[in-house]
Design a protein around this ligand. Structure first.
Ligand SMILES: Nc1ncnc2c1ncn2[C@@H]1O[C@H](COP(=O)(O)OP(=O)(O)OP(=O)(O)O)[C@@H](O)[C@H]1O
Length: 258
């Protein structure tokens, strides 16, 4: 049996209810956040600096423990006793790929998580190949990650997470430091994945391109939740929450894909 396989109930990918959190110094970063993300949805998490986006994300795989409220992933409550399974289900791709790539070769980096979870031999090899193919990096398996370009390293970082077959892929600023071609290639890859995606970004055109739905977090509360195009066209909402589109960018001019 595949040691990574799990049965998941017919529950949303993510359900956050009444989540509140204060840092040890007393700073209250989240005030009762409610958020449900369905299977296979792609949702952008938007909001100004200091809104609480990272704080929310760090609750999804139990790095931070809720002060109040609950987080469940495909029906499984995030908590100390489920931590290994939760970390498999919630794959976080950090902004800097070098935080995630530390092995001598790309193959070993992608194999690391599944091997730690007990996958071996041909099954492990197949899992690595599948993940690298998904991100268009199959020909790079024997290369040292530090010999790759930044955009290639980001794709390998995505593969390390996909190799765990997560329920949710969480991406922190996936378009940062990418040139236009790499940015488009990553968007194509993310669109092709059959996985729930939660993307934290300040890149509003990228959110519009990739995520039919967006959630605006501001001051530790959800300020808006709706269609990305509708939210980006709401000038009052945008102004109130310090969200700014690039000069001359018209969100209505973008043809949306599902
Ligand atoms: N370790 C910490 N101790 C105390 N306060 C913190 C800590 N980390 C973050 N904060 C505060 O919590 C609030 C939310 O921070 P958070 O990093 O979640 O915001 P963010 O929306 O991710 O911001 P950014 O867009 O700048 O990344 C901010 O006011 C921040 O200063």
């Amino acid at each position: 049996m595949d040691p990574l396989s799990t049965t998941t109930p017919a529950a949303p990918s993510l359900d956050v209810s009444g989540l509140a959190y204060a840092y040890p110094d007393g700073h209250q970063a989240l005030f009762g956040v409610d958020l449900t993300v369905g299977r296979g949805e792609r949702v952008a998490l938007l909001g100004p600096n200091g809104a609480g986006k990272t704080t929310l994300v760090l609750h999804l795989n139990g790095i931070l423990e809720a002060g109040a409220g609950t987080v469940t992933v495909a029906g499984l409550p995030v908590g100390k006793k489920n931590m290994a399974e939760i970390r498999r289900r919630v794959g976080i791709v950090f902004q800097d790929p070098d935080d995630q790539l530390f092995m001598p070769t790309v193959r070993e980096d992608v194999a690391f998580g599944p091997a730690a979870a007990g996958l071996r031999g041909p099954e492990l090899e197949a899992r690595v190949t599948e993940a690298l193919e998904r991100v268009g990096m199959a020909g790079f398996a024997d290369r040292p990650p530090h010999h790759l370009s930044f955009g290639q390293r980001r794709r390998v970082a995505v593969a390390t997470v996909l190799a765990m077959r997560p329920e949710i892929l969480v991406l922190d600023e996936p378009s940062s430091n990418l040139d236009p071609a790499s940015r488009r290639e990553l968007a194509d890859i993310l669109r092709s994945l059959e996985v729930t995606v939660l993307m934290v970004t300040h890149d509003l055109p990228y959110a519009l391109e990739l995520c039919p739905r967006s959630v605006v977090l501001s001051g530790g509360v959800i300020a808006a939740d709706g269609g990305t195009q509708d939210l980006l066209c709401d000038t009052e909402l945008m102004h109130t929450h310090r969200l700014e589109l690039p000069f001359g960018f018209d969100p209505r001019s973008v043809t949306l894909s599902g």
